[in-house]
Structures are given as C-alpha cells and as structure tokens.
Design a binder for this molecule. Structure first.
Ligand SMILES: Nc1ncnc2c1ncn2[C@@H]1O[C@H](COP(=O)(O)OP(=O)(O)OP(=O)(O)O)[C@@H](O)[C@H]1O
Ligand SMILES: [Mg+2]
Length: 256
C-alpha cells in the first residue's frame, strides 16, 4: 500500500484573463515523497505553487491538504495547515540577521501567550530552550553558523536560498514547496543542496514538492517527476521514464 496523500491537486485550472496558466492539473504528493515539477519557462509551475499556497484561488478544481480543501484560505492559513514554501525570487527579511530570520519563523510555532512570557512561566522557559536548540540544529544543517549574525541581504545568493529553506522548516511545516532551490548555485553547491534536501526529508519527516530547472538535481533526488507544458501535465512518472518520454523531449527541444 502506498503512503497517504498529503497534497492533492484535483483538476485545477488557473486562468488570468485569456491566459490559461494551469489547465486541469491533477497531481498527488505522498507522505515522505520528493516530487519534482519541471517544464519550460512559463509552463505554469510557479502558478501551481501559488494556487496551492493561497496566493491565487483556482478558476476550477480543488486543492486539498491532508484531505481537506484549502479553498478560500489565505497564504498564512495554508502555512498553518503545514505547508511552507520558498520563492523563485528569494523572500527574506533582508535587514535581519540569519538567526533572526529563523527565529521569526519559529515564533509561529510556539504556544506561549504574551501573558505566559510576561510571567516567565515554566512553559515559557521550556519553549525558549527548545527554540534555541531548533535554531542551532537548522544553522548546522544548512551550514549557516558562520553567517548567523550577518544581515540576510549581505549573504551570497546560494546561502540566502539555504536560509529560506531553513525558515520554511522552522514554521513547523510538514510539506515543503521549493521553487527553484538551486537557481544561481554552482555545481558543488547544488550537489550539497541535494544531500541536504534528502537529509531534511528524513530528519523532519517531510514531504517535498520542488520546481527545478537543474536536471541533475531533479533526476538525482526525485521519487517522481511531473512535467508541465503550456499549463498542462504532459508526463508523470519515475525520473528515468520521464527523461526518455517523447513528449518531454519535444517540449524541451521543440522538435519531434
Ligand atoms: N498574476 C499573473 N497575471 C497574469 N499572468 C500571469 C500571472 N502569473 C503568471 N502569469 C502567466 O502564467 C504563465 C505561467 O507562469 P508561471 O510563472 O507559472 O511559469 P513557470 O513555469 O513558473 O515559469 P519559469 O520557469 O519561467 O519560472 C505565464 O504565461 C505567465 O506570464
Ligand atoms: Mg516559475
């Protein structure tokens, strides 16, 4: 029996006026899976993430998280359901330090009320300790210790991308949506990111849905790959089969 579905797109369409960015897309992400979404520029990949995360509402169809409809939810409410994402154009608090960027995301998950923090109750101290541990662990995993006091804006691109993933995990998410996590990274950084993605999947029991143009990364870590072209899914399967698929080759090379 295959593992439970954590995220489902059920015949989802997203239209912008006359532009059919996503057309009747159905996809399932299973617990513990790494699923990649690939396709040429403008194929609708980021739009698919935007409709999952509540940035857009579907024109038709339905998105379900852990079996429940996400219809009408705002992005922060989708985060509360256990879904966190990173962005193609990195979004961090640029003037805050690496550590502060992680702490802010962690603060979503602590249960302490203002009253509890004012009273410095036992649960306040417990939460503070576990928060500190969590920050340390994330700084370690993403090799961010050397730059923990730097402002996010002063970090090299690849480091900012790692920080964005650390933040997404800090929200307590069970499902990560990564929009081109390796963009702007060199070969060595990409290879190490690949290992880190696998590691965090196991360490935090995550399911991962990623958009990526770097085929080495996609083929190296994905359990399954789905391919979009002009908003439509043209292939889906294991990396090897998808890579050899005639429609996929045509979509990428523009020839039969
Ligand atoms: N808010 C919007 N308003 C109008 N059109 C949009 C909007 N967002 C996306 N589009 C259009 O929808 C289509 C899909 O865009 P999308 O950003 O999802 O592609 P993508 O597959 O992520 O491409 P890339 O690989 O370049 O990031 C494009 O034609 C784009 O111009
Ligand atoms: Mg995109």
């Amino acid at each position: 029996m295959s593992s439970p579905v954590v995220l489902e797109l059920d015949q989802v369409s997203v239209h912008f006026g006359g532009i059919k960015a996503v057309q009747s897309l159905s996809l399932q992400l299973h617990e513990g899976e790494i699923l990649a979404l690939i396709g040429p520029n403008g194929a609708g990949k980021t739009t698919a993430f935007n409709v999952i995360t509540g940035v857009y509402q579907p024109t038709a169809g339905e998105v379900r998280g852990f079996g429940q409809s996400l219809r009408g939810l705002q992005p922060h409410q989708v985060t509360n359901r256990g879904f966190a994402r990173t962005f193609q154009n990195i979004r961090l608090f640029k003037d805050l330090s690496v550590r502060e960027n992680i702490l802010i995301a962690l603060d979503r998950t602590t249960r302490n009320t203002t009253l509890q923090s004012l009273l410095r109750s036992p649960s306040f101290f417990r939460d503070e300790d576990s928060k500190r541990e969590k920050v340390e662990e994330l700084l370690n995993i993403f090799s961010l210790h050397v730059s923990e006091e730097s402002s996010a804006r002063n970090l090299p691109y690849g480091v900012q991308r790692r920080l964005e993933i650390a933040r997404a995990i800090a929200t307590g998410a069970k499902v990560l949506l990564l929009d081109e996590p390796a963009a702007g990274m060199n070969g060595q950084e990409t290879a190490s990111l690949m290992e880190t993605i696998r590691f965090i999947r196991d360490r935090f029991a995550l399911s991962i849905f990623l958009i990526e143009h770097d085929m080495r990364l996609v083929m190296g870590i994905s359990d399954r790959v789905a391919v979009l072209e002009y908003g439509k899914k043209i292939a889906e399967g294991n990396p090897k089969d998808v890579q050899a698929d005639k429609n996929v080759i045509r979509a990428y090379l523009g020839t039969e």
